[in-house]
Design a protein around this ligand. Structure first.
Ligand code: GRF
Length: 204
């Protein structure tokens, strides 16, 4: 972890995810096409089969399997401390959660204060928690979206950085709506990171 609060170039990103890794792919595409002056220094996952780890390996980025432990929704304090120490060795400017399905607790929050960001598939504070797109469908709202926010100890409750609106269409299913929200995520996450990397949006 850098002790400097100035933005450095390229921005050093450590990415954590549990699933497919389409947001990581979008971030890497923005880096590779030159629109995002950043480097992904490591990728970690609590799911050894996750696509996100394979994307990391394909890009020759260190891919780290986080031991799953006894709980589904959080790491043990010891495992999270070990993860914090693993990540700190890469001196990341930001910890980028991209579909990471566990709550973030004190070891990570204290090691990387105000440096952990997350993407959530709704316009927070609406629909925090799991399957936010299904929550939106069930609530019969006509619009949802995605949110990039700083992570605190709550559930999807940290300060909001940016949002993109997504319409809900009459015949949307869970799949079509989630896919449309993900397209917005793939625009918004690299753009927010570009703003941090360029200094346009100062890191706290
Ligand atoms: C995204 O929809 C994100 O909003 C949610 O988990 C999903 C991750 O997708 N937190 P992917 O692994 O980046 O494809």
């Amino acid at each position: 972890m850098s002790s400097q609060h100035q933005t450095k170039h390229p921005l050093r990103l450590a990415v954590l995810g549990s699933g497919r890794g389409s947001n990581l792919r979008a971030i890497l595409e923005a880096i590779n096409t030159g629109t995002l002056p950043a480097t992904v220094v490591t990728v970690g996952s609590d799911n050894p089969q996750a696509g996100i780890l394979q994307i990391a390996r394909d890009h020759r980025i260190p891919a780290h399997s986080i031991p799953e432990g006894p709980f589904k929704t959080k790491l043990t304090p010891e495992a999270e401390s070990a993860l914090a120490s693993y990540l700190a060795d890469f001196k990341p400017d930001l910890i980028v959660l991209a579909g990471y399905m566990r709550m973030i607790k004190a070891p990570l929050l204290e090691t990387f204060p105000q440096r952990i960001i997350n993407v959530h598939p709704s316009l927070l504070p609406a629909f925090p928690g799991l399957a936010a797109w299904e929550q939106a469908l069930q609530a019969k709202v006509t619009e949802t979206g995605c949110t990039i926010h700083f992570v605190d100890s709550g559930m999807d409750s940290g300060p909001i950085i940016a949002q993109e609106r997504v319409p809900i269409l009459p015949h949307d299913t869970s799949e079509t709506l989630h896919a449309r929200i993900q397209l917005a995520e793939h625009r918004l996450y690299p753009e927010v990171l570009r703003q941090f990397a360029s200094g346009q949006r100062p890191l706290p």
